[in-house]
Design a protein around this ligand. Structure first.
Ligand code: ADP
Ligand code: MG
Length: 251
């Protein structure tokens, strides 16, 4: 059982304070949704957890099983077991998916025997066309194919925690269902790192219809203004973010 703890995070980007004290704990096998309007700080939260350069953390901690992640560069955080599925996956010309995964496995001290077969099996599982496996990473893939590709990487790497930054943006309903189902399965099945803990950052309820969250947190202007069970997402769908924004001072 692993724990990802976000404690009192205050952070800024480009001299502007965006996160105003975020507290959130995810354990193995749990799915937490963070929902918020555009500009609330959702991507900033994912960037701070993962260690994207350019973000300044003024106070607070991010701990993986008690170990300080903020002291590590992004690649070390990934090796420690935190994986970010980016909102806009990068294209990496010249690097194949298989090469990238093999390098990641070696960096983690994991053998690469059987990796190709595993990638093919995972591709079948999420309906990612096998013909696309030889493409350079994400190059010339459609929005939906990119997200399937990212989900495939997540499934093969089997980290302790996955942060999904708008997994649902840019993909059609079939791709959304396939990707969400794969993540949901990883959260319910023991893998090499136990059951996957998930922080699913999203704008819309539709992801959550497929990826059943245990907890829903609503982020408005860099603060979590409400938290509760899955019913909170339904309330949000009905009432909109406005209902949750009252009382949050403008920055
Ligand atoms: P969300 O993902 O919830 O839509 P973001 O975390 O991307 O929100 O952005 C939060 C706020 O921070 C926005 O007002 C955005 O314009 C600002 N912001 C994000 N990244 C940068 C940056 N690199 N430089 C300046 N402002 C930024
Ligand atoms: Mg965003």
């Amino acid at each position: 059982m692993s724990t990802l703890e976000i404690k009192g995070i205050v952070a800024s980007v480009a001299g502007k304070q965006i996160l105003n004290g975020i507290d959130l704990t995810v354990r193995s096998g749990e799915v937490h949704a963070v929902m918020g309007p555009n500009g609330a700080g959702k991507s900033t939260l994912s960037a701070v957890i993962m260690g994207k350069p350019g973000y300044e953390v003024h106070s607070g901690e991010v701990l993986l099983d008690g170990v300080d992640l903020l002291a590590m560069p992004a690649w070390q955080r990934a090796q420690a077991g935190v994986h970010l599925v980016m909102q806009y996956p990068s294209e990496v010309p010249g690097v194949s998916l298989a090469d990238m995964l093999a390098a990641a496995f070696r960096a983690r001290g994991r053998g690469t025997n059987g990796l190709i077969a595993e990638v093919a099996a995972e591709a079948g599982r999420i309906n990612f066309p096998v013909a696309l496996l030889d493409r350079p990473l994400n190059v010339d893939l459609s929005g939906g194919e990119k997200k399937r590709n990212e989900t495939l990487q997540l499934a093969v790497l089997a980290p302790k925690f996955a942060i999904l930054d708008e997994l649902d943006s840019g993909l059609d309903l079939d791709a959304l269902r396939d990707c969400a189902k794969r993540v949901e399965d990883a959260s319910n099945t023991d893998g090499p790192s136990g059951r996957l803990g998930v922080l699913a950052i999203t704008h819309y309820n539709r992801l959550l219809a497929e990826l059943h969250p245990d907890r829903v947190h609503i982020l408005v202007k860099g603060r979590i203004v409400a938290a509760g069970g899955p019913e909170l997402a339904d309330e949000l769908e009905r009432d909109g973010y406005e209902a949750f924004s009252e009382g949050v001072a403008a920055q």
